[in-house]
Every structure is written in C-alpha cells, then in structure tokens.
Design a protein around this ligand. Structure first.
Ligand code: LMR
Length: 417
C-alpha cells in the first residue's frame, strides 16, 4: 500500500508538522488473529478456544511429540555452533521435504526439475512463492477457493495480485459445488494462478476426490493456469501419502507448479515456523532460474531461515526409528480428531433428529464447517465463552473428553434458538 502526501491532501509543510503515521488508513485485522486476541484478553476461566488451527491432546495440551523431543535432545547433545544457515536451507532438510511430498505419488518426477527452499512456516512459503510469481506474472489474477483460509486472499493481495474466488463449498449442497468450480476454472484467463488445498480444506474440511483432482488438474493444464498447492495438514486427512495425492496428478500431467508445505501441525511445532516452498519447473535450467529468484527474494526479505525447527524435522524424517515414532504419533493425532468429529456429529444428531449432521462426519482435518451462522457463533462466545470463527469454522482438533460435553450442551442451546 503506498500512501503519498498528495493522496491525503497535505502540503509538504503540513506533512512535516504531522506524525508520519497519523494518516494510515485503518487496517483490518485477520479475523482468526482478532478472535485469538479477544480470547487471550477474555478473563472468563471457562473460555475455550476453537478458533485457532492448533491440535491439543486428550488433556487439552499442545503435545510435545516424543519423536521431536528425542531429536531435540540429540541436537542439544551435539552442541553444534549456531552459524548462519544457507538461504534455501540445508541439503538434508530440502531432500527430506521433497521426499515426503513427492516420493509416494510423484516418485517418477525428475528431481533435477524440482527445488525446495526452507521457509518461515507454510505462510512464509506462500509469501515467497507469491513474490516469485509477482516478478514472473505481475498482472496475473489469483483465484482462491470460496471460502478459503482468510490469509490466502490477503497474502496474494499484498503481493500485488488481483484476487478472485472460485466456487467451492455450497451451504445448500452441504459440500463442494464441483460443477460451479469447474465452470469457473474453465473461464479463467491463461496465466492465472489457482490456489488449491491439497487436503483437509481450511475452513470447510471438504476435499476433492481423486477423480475430481484429475478433472481439475486437466482443466488447469488445458487453460494454461498455474497451480499453487497449499499443503499445511499432510497426515491429518487420510495419511501422509493419500493427502499428497494431487502432487502425483500434477506430476503425471507434466505441469509446472508451486507447493507451500508446513510442519507446524504435523510436528506440533507451531512456534518454530518450519515450512518449505517447493517449485516444480519444466526443466533443470528453468528450475535453476526460479531457485535463484526465490533465493534473491529470501535474501532481501529475512536473509537466512532459522535453524532449530528445521534441524528437528530433518532429524526425525531421516532417522528410521524417529520417523516410525513420528508416523505413529501423527496417526494418533489423526485418529483422535476423527473420533471427536464422529462424537460431535452423532451427539448433535441425537439432539436434533430432524436435521442431518452427516456432512460434519465426512469432513477431514482439524476443522469442522459447522453450518453455524455468525450470530450463532457470537451467542456461543458471549453466552458460553466458546470461541469459533464467524464463518462457523470450529477446530475439532481442540475437543477432548473433558470439554466436548460442554461444547455439545452449548451447541444444543444455540442451535435450538
Ligand atoms: C488456522 O487456520 O487457524 C491456522 O492455520 C492458524 C493461522 O495462522 O491462521
């Protein structure tokens, strides 16, 4: 956003007298962050945070995974110097990330065409990727799903793109409006960028089927559209490999694409900000060029990525014993979410036999798109101290045996009107 003196109607003399900051227009706060701030300030001892996409265990704590703790101990014991890390991360980290994303589904893709760069979380990957694309296709339109994670639109908007929404979830259908989605994509101008959630769609939990993925990717290819895949929840849907299925479809289609991936959720390393941007290019030569561009953007943004979280992730992914521990722990998190989701849907069904809650059961990942209206979400917050996103998104990954009864009571009262 540029704010010039002329645009706010001040003479240069007046501008000298006033604060540099007095004419900043009011900046909207991201709704998830706003609600998190409100939650933090709330003095109600019974308050419950179902806003943030953070997994908590059966006791309501953010888990410290055993595999992560073991890797951390190893790292500390080595007492290695904390020197600068390469702009793009270490070769070991980059390869481990690529293997996790590509081996099962896109193993045939030549790694000569692929670059992976360590980023500051999945958001950092989206940001660096958006800035790369802004240099390559400055006038392009970016399409995000309707609805999408709130920050997608803001992020691409901040990179200078015109952002539009493609139809995705239909409240009327209680699922994906696939016809409308296809029709929209077929009309997009060549060169546009399409942001897609690989799995555990945020906020709706409604994912495309393998056949639907194949259809979407064939449309993108035929129309000359660039896919930007956001995979922040790998392992929370159907499993590590199934959740990355779209990457195989893209590889088969022989397309160039971007992937933003994150270890915040799957390693319960939210505050460490461990992520990666992976770019699959047409050729080794094109790969080298885009990698250099991304490195230049990283250098001029924050220079080098942080060490700690990435070392932990690399150690776990590449040490067979720790890797097996981690996959078990990830499976436990996934299964606990599924059981809480089922309990939520079945208990609501018992309370309201005339309505159907099947759609909640079918959703995947950390969130449930509950169908609550903004007014109902407000009642949940004001009358019961339970915080959800205004769109009706509830973090089922924050439910447990101790709080689910209370949540069900509150939802029962709110839905009864
Ligand atoms: C969410 O959607 O709640 C998470 O991805 C956290 C965030 O940064 O918004």
């Amino acid at each position: 956003m540029s704010i010039s003196i002329a645009s706010v109607g001040l003479s240069p003399e007046e501008a000298l007298m006033s604060s540099l900051f007095s004419n900043i227009p009011s900046i909207p706060i991201d709704p998830i962050i706003r609600l998190w701030q409100e939650f933090t300030a709330d003095r109600n001892p019974e308050k419950l945070n179902l806003v943030l996409g953070v997994y908590t265990d059966a006791n309501g704590a953010v888990p410290r995974l055993r595999s992560v703790q073991k890797a951390e101990r190893r790292w500390i014991d080595q007492a290695l110097p904390k020197t600068y890390r390469p702009l793009e991360g270490t070769p070991g980290y980059r390869t481990a990330v690529q293997d996790l994303l590509l081996t099962a589904n896109a193993g045939a893709i030549s790694r000569e065409r692929v670059t992976t760069l360590q980023t500051i979380g999945g958001t950092g990957a989206l940001k660096i990727g958006a800035d790369v694309l802004a240099r390559l296709s400055p006038g392009a339109t970016v399409a995000v799903s309707n609805p999408s994670w709130e920050n997608h639109r803001s992020l691409f908007d901040a990179a200078g793109f015109a952002v539009v929404s493609y139809p995705y979830y239909s409240a009327e259908l209680g699922g994906i409006d696939f016809e409308a989605m296809q029709a929209f994509l077929r009309r997009m101008t060549a060169g546009s960028i399409v942001v897609l959630h690989a799995c555990c769609h945020n906020p709706t939990g409604n994912d495309l089927t393998p056949d639907q993925w194949r259809t979407v990717i064939s449309i993108l290819k035929a129309r000359g559209l660039t896919p930007f895949i956001d995979i922040a929840y790998q392992g929370f849907g159907d499993g590590l490999d199934d959740d990355a299925l779209v990457l195989g479809v893209l590889a088969e289609a022989g397309m160039e694409f971007f992937v933003a991936s994150s270890f915040s959720k799957s390693f319960s390393l939210y505050g460490e900000r461990v992520g990666a941007l992976t770019i699959v290019a047409e050729s080794a030569d094109a790969k080298k060029k885009v990698e250099d561009l991304a490195k230049r953007i990283i250098r001029t943004s924050y220079s080098n990525p942080p060490t700690h979280g990435a070392v932990i992730v690399e150690t776990v992914l590449t040490t067979p014993e720790l890797r097996a521990d981690w996959e078990r722990e990830l499976g436990e998190m996934r299964e606990r979410i599924v059981s809480m989701r089922r309990r939520l849907a079945e208990s609501l069904q018992q309370q309201f036999p005339e309505r159907s809650f099947d759609r909640i059961k079918a959703q995947k990942g950390m969130f449930s798109y509950s169908g609550l209206t903004a007014q109902e979400v407000e009642r949940l917050r004001v009358a019961h101290g339970i915080y959800a996103v205004d769109t009706g998104r509830i973090c089922v990954a924050a439910l447990n045996e101790h709080n689910i009864g209370r949540v069900l009571d509150a939802l029962g009262q709110v839905l009864a009107g």
